[in-house]
Design a protein. Structure first.
Length: 200
């Protein structure tokens, strides 16, 4: 069996109809938000991830409701990918991962990327994956805003699974949500015969 995933906007009725017709199942919903106010607020328990944090991060993700709700995926621009250890290691090596530590345990994670800056010729970053309690996400966003202010980044695109503790934290921190559309992630498991037929 092979797992196939596709994403489409919630207002793309033709694509939604076709995906359901061919047996794809909706597995996650994502929202997009933006913020251009980079306040120099102080975070309390947030820092950049170190390579030695990898094992603890995987333990955190393994117990995370948000990780399950997001189908274990992250996004760069509008491409959604299953988050594997190699991907996490790349974020760590490139200093693109932020954690919140509460009582000596990781209880929040944000992965970021600057591909939006190169793609759209603007000084911006995006959140690729966001996880944690509302308290943790609030603190991590403060940290991210402070980093952006110091680095001259003018805009943050907030992509996240539609999980209330997280989206409410983004609302509190002044992000403007795209109220017209969200992103739907569909998946379907294909048998070997179905794969052969699709390849002709």
């Amino acid at each position: 069996m092979k797992l196939v995933r596709l994403v489409t906007a919630s207002d793309n009725t033709a694509a939604l109809r076709a995906l359901r017709k061919f047996g794809f199942k909706l597995v996650s919903e994502f929202v997009k938000m933006t913020c251009e106010k980079m306040e120099a607020e102080k975070s309390e328990k947030t820092r950049w991830v170190k390579v030695r944090d990898e094992r603890e991060i995987w333990e955190f993700l393994g117990k995370s409701k948000c990780y399950a709700k997001s189908a274990g995926s992250f996004t760069i621009l509008y491409v959604w990918t299953s988050l594997q250890k190699e991907d996490l290691n790349n974020f760590l090596a490139e200093k693109k991962a932020i954690i919140y530590r509460d009582e000596n345990a990781v209880s929040g994670l944000i992965l970021i990327d600057d591909g939006v800056s190169r793609e759209w010729s603007e000084n911006s970053v995006q959140t690729c994956y966001v996880d944690g309690t509302q308290e943790a996400v609030l603190d991590m966003i403060r940290f991210l805003k402070g980093y952006c202010r110091e680095s001259g980044v003018k805009k943050i695109y907030g992509f996240t699974c539609d999980h209330k503790p997280i989206t409410s934290a983004f609302d509190i921190m002044g992000f403007e949500r795209d109220k017209l559309t969200c992103i739907y992630l569909f998946e379907k498991r294909l048998s070997a015969d179905e794969i052969k037929r699709s390849l002709g």
